[in-house]
Design a binder for this molecule. Structure first.
Ligand code: PXP
Length: 239
């Protein structure tokens, strides 16, 4: 059965907007696990715009399921990963100006650097996944690096606005899943997945783990707002 990896970066984004201590991604991770998430995903970005080093340190001690650290293949991040030892690292491309991760890794062009990084992490006992577009050449290159998994970048599928485009993207993902599994890579998927587009993707089969953040945290705000307002009204109503 496929597993949900809950990405709690957006909880940290809201916290950083005030620079305070709430909402805490550590608490969100615990609630997520209690609700059935079987992994917690965080992206420690070079500019520390949301997740902080403190979050990673505490989550390493508190996550009971599996900690999946998304990071760029830089010396600084590899040093941090080897010290903290998450169960899994997902290597992602990172640009400072982007709002969120914009595309998959170019494993073909960066084959040597990625292969070296995969080796260092795997030698440290960490499972390594590479975030790639559903492109056959990239998947063949990913296999050459010695990585354990690919995470298929589902952004193009999520952004397709009509059924013809969605179907084309789904076909590409399906071909990618089959190729990856054939060569022995495990398959995860993520980016832009929501309560509507997950259905056709899940129907393909072959994906072990879905890493989802934005849609779940967005829904949590809306489904939680009624209760949160009622709680505050209760506190002030006799004043
Ligand atoms: N997987 C990877 C590699 C990502 O970079 C992200 C975004 O941080 C996600 C999954 C989750 O994407 P979303 O927040 O759109 O669900």
């Amino acid at each position: 059965m496929a597993k949900l990896g809950l990405n709690v970066d957006h909880i940290a984004t809201v916290r950083q907007a005030r620079g305070g201590v709430e909402p805490d991604p550590v608490t969100a991770a615990a609630l997520g696990e209690m609700a059935g998430a079987e992994g917690i995903t965080i992206h420690l970005r070079e500019d520390r715009r949301h997740i902080q080093d403190r979050d990673l340190e505490i989550l390493r001690r508190t996550v009971k399921t599996k900690l999946n650290l998304e990071m760029a293949a830089t010396q600084e991040m590899v040093r941090i990963a080897l010290r903290i030892k998450p169960e899994q690292v997902t290597l992602v491309p990172e640009k400072r100006q982007e709002l969120t991760t914009e595309g998959g890794l170019d494993v073909i062009v960066n084959l040597k650097q990625i292969t070296d990084t995969v080796k260092r992490l795997r030698d440290g006992g960490i499972v390594v996944s590479l975030f790639v577009d559903p492109n056959q050449e990239q998947i063949k290159a990913a296999n050459k690096t010695g990585a354990d998994y690919i995470e298929i970048h589902t952004g193009a599928y999520a952004e397709a606005h009509n059924w013809t485009d969605q179907k084309r993207e789904l076909d590409d993902i399906d071909t990618a899943i089959k190729l990856a599994r054939k060569v022995g890579l495990g398959v995860n998927a993520g980016h832009g997945l929501d309560y509507v587009n997950i259905k056709a993707l899940a129907a393909l089969g072959g994906i072990e783990e879905y890493n989802i953040g934005h849609s779940i945290i967005s829904r949590a705000m809306l489904v939680g707002l009624d209760r949160a307002v009622r709680d505050m009204v209760e506190l002030i109503k006799y004043s």
